[in-house]
Design a protein around this ligand. Structure first.
Ligand code: TRP
Length: 453
């Protein structure tokens, strides 16, 4: 069976070398694998959340499409489209909005960061924050769930969004008693390099330290490379390859043999000016043939439009029946079928939600566990001598919900406190990322508990 891999690219910028090494190149490579069914799209609705500069968004869409195609993306193999060509995505966004808990969206990192920034500036908590930013995770969940993607390659900063997409998919599945949506997983490519920029920090348009991939041609590529910050060592003095951005960038393009030779040359005192020339030539060797294709594509936007329309057709062949099925389930049916559908009340629901389970431990004391809807053990309580105390504690837990619950990090696990007392703890998790993800699941379960009965 093929794994459906889906990812979106927000269309606000011009692709740079960091995008190429971190996203474009690995995605194009993955899309050539026989066991992968790749979906790549331009997240231009997401772009509207970040920018109201129409010309910039239009330009960015064109540049990004041309860059991916020039880098070898084969639109015959891959479903390559624009988000804004798929009306089922905003439709599904609304369906998901209606089941998304506001508390979950309050906890989204990007929204929280904006609120914290306002607080620090002494502003109203929501000053300048649009509902679009707030709803960002739901739109992203619709992007993913509309196509039943199994895996979503993203950067670490997006893990929470994928967790939320899972939560929403899961919630819908539970509410309507069937596996309507595949629950996606984040795919974090550990070995994919994060490229340093001109100043050595991560290459990013927000740091203004990028090297353009195609824009400006080889002249701008060379000029940017000549601006990479180095130390003041003179030609002839040995350089430390491991502490310079220049070497890291070189390694992202070169073979092991070339990298070893470049390392030796630096250690033997190659001057920075010459080193930059070597770097430029190495990158240019890879980029030149792609740039030629890029320039041809940029000169013929109508040809790109045809490719994207065909991509939208392929994407909608999946999304249209999917969303039509959801409309049925939600009761948005044609009137003529209403009588038949009204039939014998609603179909039996398989309600699976988080639950608490009490038990007596070996010492005869009373404890309880919290299980997720899927049956994962999320919490084990401390022992209570008195069953009433254990019951009261469970009652408090049910009233709390995720927003009010106090969850503390204790090393490898999490501890839930009520009125300052540790009441229950999670199992140990192997690392911080696993613990973070468990926290998201715990909060979902606490929210589910709070909305029961
Ligand atoms: N939010 C993603 C980013 O900023 C872009 C994106 C939008 C996306 N929708 C998506 C990525 C769906 C993966 C899947 O990088």
């Amino acid at each position: 069976m093929q794994t459906r891999v889906l990812t979106g690219i927000t269309t606000t910028g011009t692709p740079h070398l960091g995008n190429y090494v971190g996203a474009i190149r690995p995605s194009v490579e993955a899309s050539r694998r026989a066991d992968v069914d790749a979906f790549f799209f331009m997240a231009d609705y997401h772009a509207l959340i970040k920018s109201d500069d129409a010309a910039r968004i239009e330009r960015s869409r064109l540049e990004i499409a041309a860059s991916w195609l020039a880098a070898g993306l084969d639109p015959a193999r891959v479903t390559f489209y624009r988000q804004s060509d798929i009306p089922e995505i905003p439709e599904l966004t609304w369906f998901l909005t209606c089941i998304a808990s506001k508390g979950m969206l309050n906890r989204a990192h990007a929204y929280k960061a904006a609120v914290d920034k306002n607080a620090a500036a002494g502003e109203d908590a929501d000053a300048g924050i649009t509902a679009g930013l707030y709803m960002y995770p739901v739109l992203m969940a619709a992007d993913i769930l509309a196509f039943d993607a199994h895996q979503v390659p993203v950067g670490r900063d997006q893990i929470q969004h994928i967790e939320m997409a899972r939560d929403l998919g899961q919630r819908f599945n539970h509410l309507h008693g069937r596996e309507f949506f595949v629950l996606p997983e984040a795919l974090i490519e550990e070995q994919v390099a994060t490229l340093p920029g001109l100043d050595g920090r991560k290459m990013s348009k927000s740091y203004d330290n990028t090297i353009p991939l195609f824009a400006g041609g080889k002249k701008q590529l060379r000029e940017a490379i000549m601006r990479i910050v180095t130390d003041s060592r003179l030609p002839g003095e040995p350089k430390d390859p491991d502490s310079c951005a220049l070497f890291t960038i070189f390694r992202a393009f070169a073979s092991e043999t070339e990298t070893a030779a470049f390392r030796r040359a630096l250690e033997e005192g190659l001057g920075w000016g010459e080193a930059k020339q070597v770097l430029y030539e190495r990158i240019e060797a890879d980029v030149a043939p792609m740039r030629e294709r890029y320039d041809t594509l940029m000169a013929d936007p109508a040809a790109i439009e045809v490719i994207l329309q065909e991509g939208a057709r392929k994407a909608r062949a999946i999304a249209t029946p999917k969303v039509a099925g959801l409309r049925e389930v939600l009761g948005l049916r044609a009137m003529r079928t209403a009588g038949a559908a009204a039939g014998p009340a609603r179909p039996a629901k398989v309600q699976r939600v988080a639950r608490l389970a009490s038990f007596r431990d070996d010492d005869g004391r009373f404890r309880f566990r919290l299980f997720s809807a899927e049956g994962e053990e999320l919490l084990l309580s401390v022992p209570f001598a008195d069953p009433k105390a254990a019951g009261a504690s469970q009652k408090r837990l049910k009233q709390l919900g995720a927003t009010a619950a106090v969850v503390q990090v204790r090393g490898a696990n999490l501890v839930l406190e009520i009125d300052g007392e540790a009441v229950a703890s999670t199992p140990d998790y192997p690392d911080e990322a696993a613990r973070e993800q468990a926290l998201t699941r715990l909060r979902l379960a606490l929210d589910q508990l709070a909305t029961q009965d």
